[in-house]
Write a protein that binds this ligand. Structure first.
Ligand code: NAD
Length: 367
């Protein structure tokens, strides 16, 4: 049976709390299925700053490079907020990790179980069956990385700032490949989101996605939507989407909107897949909860571990090719939550359990 070699970067505040439970679930599954776990823990974010003087210590990067995947918690918090922006844990750890491993494809499931519909700010009649969609965001191109990116003082004394939105056809094609794979594993429906009415990059985006899908994935039903309309449609009727794919900035905004309509951040996981393959010939990836370090509830043992546990499932699916095991974990989480075992963030005033008890219920469902 395969050995799962991965780096564990728990991070700060609730990061280590939910990571402990996610690893407990994984160890249980590994024992059942005869999988060998070979993971190495390393400091990142605030823990990196405190223990090594920087948010992404060289030793941590080395451990990641020697692994087949990264299981990430979350980083940052009030303790390090006074540092200059460039040294802040999120910026100085996550962005370099994305860059170093060319993590270009961010896959975010937008999942809200029917039983948790009350957690969504949307009226429940709009989402009678909950929400089940996927956002694929291009993560290493576009406005956030394009050059020039600068602020200058003009000859007339005015000040001008410029960001550059730039995309290559090859970058659009590789994210389209990811989107096609996601669509194929679901309803074979893909919506590409752009602003082809005003942006050159979007014109290239739309043309490239259309041509690539027509040539390589004629089985996929492709549609296009402008980003402003997509923001509206997500709030009106999110389930009209199945998988949507979009560039970096639109994806940043739309995936956050998706997280809000899906209720608690404690339930949402994400995968960022790299251009490179791991030693198993599968995509190297970083897998993490969608939320942050939740300093307001850290240390109380009440954080919801589900997002971190679901991130483990994504890691097993994408970087280790263990689809069945991933599905088992996802089913166990769903069964626990829908049967009424809830942490405070999804309990709606009803009795709630702590982080460990939530994981215990999930482990019990795994048999
Ligand atoms: P946050 O996501 O940490 O918290 C927002 C709200 O959601 C809080 O009320 C929190 O208690 C709740 N929440 C989040 N995860 C939860 C969980 N697992 N269980 C129960 N409730 C949960 O966002 P924030 O407060 O804006 O940020 C706090 C820190 O996290 C900041 O330093 C920010 O920079 C950092 N952050 C890190 C990442 C990352 O590491 N990828 C992402 C976002 C924010």
């Amino acid at each position: 049976m395969p050995t799962l070699k991965f780096a564990v970067l728990a991070g700060d505040y609730i990061g280590p709390e939910v990571m402990t439970e996610a690893l407990r679930v994984l160890e249980h599954v590994a024992k059942q299925e005869g999988l060998t776990l070979a993971y190495t823990r390393a400091d990142v974010g605030g823990a990196g700053i405190d223990n090594h003087g920087k948010a992404l210590p060289d030793s941590t990067l080395k451990i990641c490079s020697e692994s087949d995947a990264i299981l990430f918690g979350s980083v940052g918090g009030p303790k390090w907020e006074k540092l200059p922006p460039k040294e802040q844990p999120e910026r100085a750890a996550l962005l370099p990790l994305r860059k170093h491993f060319t993590l270009f494809a961010n896959i975010r499931p937008g999942l809200l179980y029917r039983e948790l519909a009350d957690a969504s700010p949307l009226k429940s009649e709009r989402i009678p069956d909950g929400i089940d969609i996927v956002c694929i965001r291009e993560l290493t191109g576009g406005l956030y990385f394009g050059l020039p990116k600068e602020t200058t003082t003009l000859p007339d004394g005015d000040i001008q700032a410029v960001d550059t939105m730039v995309y290559r056809k090859s970058e659009i094609e590789r994210i389209t490949v990811t989107a096609i794979a996601a669509a194929r594993s679901r309803k074979k429906k893909l919506c590409s989101v752009d602003k082809a009415n005003v942006l050159e990059t979007s014109v290239l985006w739309r043309k490239t996605v259309s041509e690539y899908v027509a040539k390589h994935a004629p089985d996929i039903e492709l549609s296009h939507m402008y980003a402003d309309n997509a923001a509206m449609q997500l709030a009106r009727n999110p389930n009209q989407f199945d998988v949507f794919v979009t560039e970096n900035m639109f994806g940043d905004i739309l995936s956050d909107e998706m997280a809000v309509i899906c209720g608690s951040l404690g339930m949402l996981s994400s995968a960022s897949l790299g251009a490179g393959k791991n030693s198993l010939g599968l995509p190297f990836g970083l897998f993490e909860p969608a939320g942050g370090t939740a300093p307001d509830i850290a240390g109380k043992g009440i954080a919801n571990p589900c997002a971190q546990i679901l991130s483990v499932a994504l890691m097993l699916r994408f970087s280790f090719g263990l689809e069945k095991t991933a599905t088992r974990i996802e089913a166990a989480v769903k069964k626990a939550v829908t049967s009424g075992v809830r942490t405070g963030d999804i309990a709606f005033g009803k009795p709630s359990v702590g982080t460990k008890a939530m994981a215990d219920a999930i482990i019990a469902n795994l048999g």
